[in-house]
Design a protein around this ligand. Sequence first.
Ligand SMILES: [Zn+2]
Length: 317
Amino acid sequence: MSISKVAKAAANAAYAPYSGRKEACVIEYISGGKPELCVGVTLENCAYPNSVSAVHSAIVDLRTRHHYTKAVQVRSVHFYSVKGGIPSPRDLGLLAEFQSENFNEVEVVDGKTISLDAYKRPHNPLPLCNSFKYPEGKIPEDYADMVYAGKESFDDNEKALLKECLLGMQKAWPQHSAFCVGAAFQVELEDGSIKTFHGGNVELFDLVDGLCAERTTLCRVANTFSSSMYEGPKPKRVIRGACALFADSLASPCGGCRQNLAEWGAFPMYLLQCDPKKKTYIVEKRDTTSRPDTLKTLLPMAFTPADLGTTASPIAK
Ligand SMILES: [Zn+2]
C-alpha cells in the first residue's frame, strides 16, 4: 500500500466525533538505518482545546517510540483530511522542526506539496539527535531495574504495565526540562488478549507544543488502532494505565491529562513515584473518573462526552 493510501485509511479511522475533521499524518523516517512509518491521527476531546491534531500526534508518537539517545531522520510526510483540508500553520511549524536537506515539504493531497521554508525555526534540528543531558542521578536507564518498595502484590498483567511504564521513561524527550515521565496503558482486545503501550513526555522547540507522557501514550494507542498496518483483534477498552516520574511526593497526572484520560472511560491509573537515591518506586492507584468503587478519583466532576449528549469513545468504535 502506498504511503498516501496509508494516510487515507488512517484518516477514516481517526477519532473526530465533534468536528468530523478526520485527518491523518504519516511520517516516513529513518532510525538505526531502517526506514519506518509513523501514523498519527486526530484525537479529539470533548473539551475541544484538549484535542490533539494528527500532525502533533504523529510527531510525539515518532519521538517517543525510540530511546532518547536514538536519532530520527524524517524523509517524507503525507497528510490526508477527509474534508480536504491541509495542516494548520501551527502543525507546519511543528514539522519544520524536522527540516533537513532531505525533508522540506509536506505532501497534502493528489501529490500537491507545501514547502516548509516559510516555517523555518531559528534553532538546530533538536529532535534529530541526542542533544540534551539528564542531571546526574536522574538518568532514566539507570532505573530500568528499579525495585518495587511497596506492600501490594501485582498479577502478571499489572507487572507488565509497571515495567512498560518504566520503559516509557527511557523514551521520553524532555529536551528543555530533563524531567522525564513514563506512561503505559493496557487495552483489552476483542479476543480477550491484552496489548500494552508505553511512551514518555515530549518537549518540542516551543514549550507549548510538547505533550505529557500520558497523552503521548494515548496518541500511540489511537494511532496504532487507526493504522491499516495493524492487523490484530479490535480494541475493546482500556483496562488500566500508569504514569511514572521522579518525585518526592505522590506522582500524579496534570489537569490536562486528567481531562484527556476521562474521554477514554473509567479505569484505574497506577501512579509510580520513583526514588532516584534508593532506586525504588512505590505505587498508588486512582480512578480516572468516578466509578462506584472505593478508589479515589483523579478527576472529580469530570466533563465527559456524555455532557455533550454523545457516547463517543476513542477506543470502541
Ligand atoms: Zn499531563
